[in-house]
Design a protein. Sequence first.
Length: 442
Amino acid sequence: MAGRKTRIRPRERDAIIQSLRAGVTPRTGLHHIQVGRAREVEALLKDLDRILDGGSAFRLIIGAYGAGKSFFLQLVRSIALEKGLVTLHGDLSPDRRLYSTGGHARNLYAELTKNLSTRTKPDGNGLPGLVERFLAEARREADAEGGTVKSAISKRLEKISEMVGGYDFASVIEAYWNGYEQSDDRLRADAVRWLRGEFATRTDARNALGVRTIIDDGNVYDSLKILSLFVRQAGYGGLLVNLDEMVNLYKLASSKARLSNYEQILRMLNDCLQGTAGAIGFLLGGTPDFLYDPRKGLYGYEALHSRLTENTFAKAAGVTDYDAPILHLGSLSAEELYVLLGNIRNVYASGDPAKHLVPDEALAAFLAHCSKKIGEAYFRTPRTTIKAFADFLAVLEQNPEIQWTSLIDEIPVEEDRPTDMPEIADEGEEETPEDGLSSFRI
């Protein structure tokens, strides 16, 4: 197997290895280990180009536990940053969801904006820089036209001011500029807090910024649409929103709470497919249960079921429709896994083939061992296999006297299974019968 000559920086190498050994997706250096998924990536590239053209995109990324959903979302996010998009990413959890009456939706928005990333700030915390860039664009426009910066700001935010919640958004941006002019760091910090959804009460926001609304559970989605227009005004191509661990909605004990969250997904889907949302894309990562379960999944909500039904012609022909809203992550082939293990070996060697810890025969032996231990399942959910291989190389790196052949039969590789989790109780929602979800028709 031919070695790669691209050297990997120590910090990047360590970050990748630590993530793989923990069984989580690396936040950096994905290109060093990415294999396969060529058609899926090609389909998402079209979505990113559509966003850059001022359009919208909506995708459900469906795969079993350990199939690589988080990795795929992170890969697309990194491509989006290179293309000049702004990205938001966050995981849903028991206290973060799309809709709630107890602050859970605002928690999700705060998490997303904390993770706001640009090409120059790929690790998040890019919101202040985004506002600064918008103001710099307004200043250039004012200089070119001979006007004031404040008038240029108002002109650029005119369209945003017409949207639901847009007037106060524009007022907060102007307050940030006032803080900049007056060297008032407190005012600028309060403006950023408002934009991040960190104000808990309208009274606090009014006292700090003179606005009468805040970003709360009821306007999270509207705020994301406003943000997508704002990033365009700041000179970026658009906004990509990555939401992972959507299975947490499926686990909600209250059917009323699930329905409310699924209605938000329906709203996103309708806006994106009908073209009423601009310069924004949504990627939602979830498991097959989250999608297909007839009682608690998206297919249990008829309005979504009818819109997400698979292309029967593609299914009959045995092919995949890569333009459909649902994108299934298929299994990696044995050849792709072989290349993947080779890439991990290359990361351990910092990109230097001369420092490979094991020869090519070890890769084949490792794959044969995994296939013998857990069979076909390991091709579908390779996460545990990858983690085991990273641990395998770690032992060899720390103990050069050990021969790799003596370790192969000792490697504990088990099929990756989701941890049993209880349903998420929702104290703020009244429980409704399970069949209440599927009884709604839109």
